[in-house]
Design a protein around this ligand. Structure first.
Ligand code: CA
Length: 244
């Protein structure tokens, strides 16, 4: 199989980004779902803050569109709670507000929202902000680029850099890193990595994964640089900047 074909398959089999729409006004939620699905996103909805926290924990969305004015628990409080939980600390959040005062926008951002839009918003402008945020959070590739922390991968040229330094990887290490970049911070078992990177029909010893992880670490971690490949004892590996 040619490397190029593998790359294309790898990209096309990526799941569409999942957006959690937290909105208590049903017509607005419906309009957002319609537009987001048309743009190739998957959509989950929650109509209040408590439901939002539960559904976000269950479905692990790539981005949250969070209405400020919600019944019972405000969007601000939802955002605060998301930032407090390790699993959602880095989850991209765009606050949607009917308020227009600058201090409210500042307050939204201080609570941990990554961006905000004011109602009524232009759907194209919202999409542009969502894409920019998704690109920054690197949960989905945009225009053939994957990135995490100070690592960047160009899928078209196979160029990998860390902190602007060129990193040379073997084909298996490249595929491993590509897979990790597509799912940052998620822990994968050796078997899952074998299925994803080598393919389900290929029979290799799980410890082969350890060998390639070691090579990946050696190439990607320069002198004095943070080890971005986290070993999770008994569980497997993750691309992460946080210790266990
Ligand atoms: Ca509302």
């Amino acid at each position: 199989m040619s490397g190029k074909l593998e790359m294309l398959e790898g990209v096309s089999s990526l799941p569409k980004p999942l957006i959690m729409v937290v909105e208590d006004e049903a017509p607005l939620a419906t309009m957002l779902r319609y537009n987001l699905e048309k743009q190739g996103f998957r959509v989950e909805e929650a109509a209040d803050g408590q439901e939002a926290l539960t559904r976000i924990a269950e479905t692990r969305p790539d981005l949250v569109l969070l209405d400020w004015m919600l019944p019972a628990m405000s969007g601000i409080e939802v955002c605060r709670q998301l930032r407090r939980r390790p699993n959602t600390r880095d989850l991209p959040v765009i606050m949607v507000t009917a308020r227009v005062e600058d201090q409210d926008a500042v307050r939204a951002l201080n609570t941990g929202a990554d961006d905000y839009v004011t109602k009524p918003f232009n759907i194209e402008a919202l999409m542009a902000r969502m894409r920019a945020l998704l690109r920054r959070s690197s949960t989905v590739p945009v225009k053939g680029q994957l990135s995490f922390h100070d690592i960047e991968m160009d899928l078209a040229t196979h160029r990998v850099t860390r902190n602007a330094r060129r990193v040379h990887l073997g084909p298996t290490e490249f595929r491993l890193l590509e897979f990790f970049l597509q799912h940052p911070r998620r822990v994968f078992t050796r078997e899952e990595l074998l299925d994803a990177v080598w393919g389900p029909d290929i029979h290799v010893e799980p410890r082969t994964v350890d060998v390639h992880i070691r090579r990946l670490r050696k190439s990607i971690n320069g002198d004095g640089e943070l080890d971005v490949v986290r070993t999770v004892r008994t569980a497997g590996y993750a691309l992460d900047t946080e210790p266990v």
